[in-house]
Write a new protein. Structure first.
Length: 212
């Protein structure tokens, strides 16, 4: 298990990459590790940039440069409504230690931008998160695998506000154990865990979203 600073400090083998079918754009690594570029496929031009983890890009003279968070993973749901990102900040000289944040964003079609919906700190404790993927069968269902040996299922839980509006925040619904060598297999484990979760009942996801 990778729990040391040196392990988290290494770049991932594969860069974060995803397609947003709704807008026909690609989400790509930016020149700054804390951000993602949004690249238009149709115009072959940079559309915008999303700052996943706010960072101070300027340090005082003669001070050690601040360590920026790095976006390691990105995934977009099949319907284009949700995006999940994972950013990691590891600084051996920082008293706060390792910062790991799983963030879920909602696509706001009116404004044409991604808005942060849910932040989950250390989704797998101090361990590295290997993958995050949305279910292709059910909206608002996300699975993550970590080097703690856990497969976690996150679902959108809809909450009624006083004004009568319904808002959805993601929360942990199911946690299961898996062998680490299976976790290292990648997306096949995520697909398998999604199939297991959805096989409980055709209405499982809708029941969870309405409250459990």
């Amino acid at each position: 298990m990778l729990t040391g600073f040196s392990d988290f400090g290494r770049p991932s083998t594969l860069p974060p990459l995803a397609v947003h079918s709704t807008t026909q754009t690609l989400l790509l690594p930016s020149s700054h590790p804390s951000s993602l570029q949004i690249y238009s496929i149709s115009s072959s031009k940079l559309h915008s940039e999303l700052e996943v983890s706010p960072s101070n890009r300027v340090s005082r003279p003669h001070e050690k440069p601040l360590t920026a968070a790095r976006v390691d993973l990105v995934s977009v749901s099949a319907n284009g409504m949700w995006m999940a990102t994972l950013d990691v900040r590891a600084d051996p000289y920082d008293d706060f230690g390792i910062e790991i944040a799983l963030k879920i964003w909602r696509w706001e079609s009116t404004g044409g931008r991604w808005e942060l919906n849910t932040r989950i700190d250390r989704p797998h404790g101090p361990h590295r998160v290997r993958n995050v993927e949305f279910s292709p069968k059910s909206e608002g269902l996300l699975v993550s695998t970590g080097e703690d040996g856990n497969i976690k299922t996150w679902v959108e839980r809809r909450v009624k506000e006083k004004q009568g509006e319904v808002d959805g925040l993601f929360a942990l619904f199911l946690r299961s154990r898996a062998r680490v060598n299976l976790l290292l297999a990648g997306n096949s484990v995520l697909v398998q865990s999604l199939d297991i979760f959805l096989s409980y009942s055709p209405t499982t996801a809708s029941q969870v979203q309405s409250g459990w």
